[in-house]
Ligand binder design. Structure first.
Ligand SMILES: C[S@@+](CC[C@H](N)C(=O)[O-])C[C@H]1O[C@@H](n2cnc3c(N)ncnc32)[C@H](O)[C@@H]1O
Length: 281
């Protein structure tokens, strides 16, 4: 299954989905979520069918990409402490697992022969309290964030200087922002991060929409790009029937080394279709 466009599908036949309040108690069991094998309808895509799509082709890239911003949760309830506790629990478990070990190994082996990275930009991580109110969806944000932090730590250790961490996500609540700041991130509003990318940047975004990538790459190529596979970009562009310039994405595919991002256990889609592109020195 592809998660291009990043849609996480929950089984709407489950009576819990969409109706179960977020469990405030950390010990409360997580709700099992069944993902559809194949998505006939991506809600974010179907919202934009027909006239909307035709209209979007007349918009410039920045306006076009704004349609792909997830709106913030209108009624977030978690406190900063609750989000931080959940993150501690999820990230501790994830750091002890095989996916994290493989990611460390990939980065450590690549560091000597690939361009130096002095800044790390994270896009589209999602909210730590998403509207869906399904813990598994929020787990994705925690795990993706932790993987980004691990990469930044390794870069920092290698270059012996602080690596600035920047994060941009339009759906962040004020508490999401506070949480990221508490971890040392600089939180910026879109499109600020797009203009902060240069040849020494790690640009990281899992399951982002192609118009978002097109904007992120509009000025300069990063030194390292953790994102989707280029052949998926092509496929997604066709699906969207949009006039999106993916020449810069193609340039990365042509010139950078390409490594599959380590996967979580079978059946987990946290890093599905994700690739590390890193320019050689
Ligand atoms: C498909 S979701 C992926 C979420 C998560 N990374 C995942 O794998 O489930 C795409 C995310 O990109 C975010 N996004 C859209 N426009 C953005 C922008 N200009 N800057 C940063 N993130 C953006 C959306 O708000 C949304 O959360």
């Amino acid at each position: 299954m592809s998660t291009i466009g990043g849609t996480i599908s929950v089984d709407s036949s489950s009576p819990q989905v969409g109706t179960t309040p977020w469990p405030a108690d950390e010990d409360e069991p997580w709700i099992p979520v069944v993902r559809r094998k194949k998505q006939s309808k991506d809600p974010r895509r179907s919202r934009r069918s027909g006239a909307a799509r035709a209209a979007s082709s007349r918009l410039d890239g920045e306006e076009q990409q704004r349609q792909f911003e997830t709106p913030p949760n209108p009624s977030p309830q978690l406190t900063l402490e609750q989000i931080a506790r959940r993150h501690d629990r999820i990230s501790t478990e994830w750091r002890a697992g095989a996916c994290c070990a493989q990611l460390r190994s990939l980065v450590e082996k690549s560091l000597p022969s690939h361009v130096r990275l002095t800044r790390a930009v994270c896009l589209g991580i999602g909210s730590f309290e998403p509207v869906e109110s399904v813990p598994m969806v929020a787990r994705v944000a925690h795990v993706q964030l932790e993987a980004f932090r691990v990469m930044a730590e390794l870069l920092e250790a290698h270059c012996g200087a602080p690596v600035q961490r920047i994060i941009q996500e339009p759906c962040f609540s004020p508490t999401d922002k506070q949480f990221c700041e508490s971890l040392g991130f600089r939180v910026v509003d879109t499109p600020t991060a797009f203009d902060m990318i240069d040849g020494e940047t790690l640009l990281y975004g899992i399951h982002l929409y192609i118009p978002t990538w097109a904007q992120a790459l509009r000025k300069q190529l990063p030194g390292c790009w953790v994102g989707c596979r280029v052949d998926d970009c092509e496929r997604y562009r066709d699906l969207q029937n949009q006039d999106i310039d993916i020449a810069r994405i193609q340039a990365i595919d042509d010139t950078f080394d390409k490594m599959p991002f380590p996967q979580e256990k079978k059946g987990d889609f946290t890093f599905s279709d994700t690739v590390v592109y890193w320019a050689q020195r």
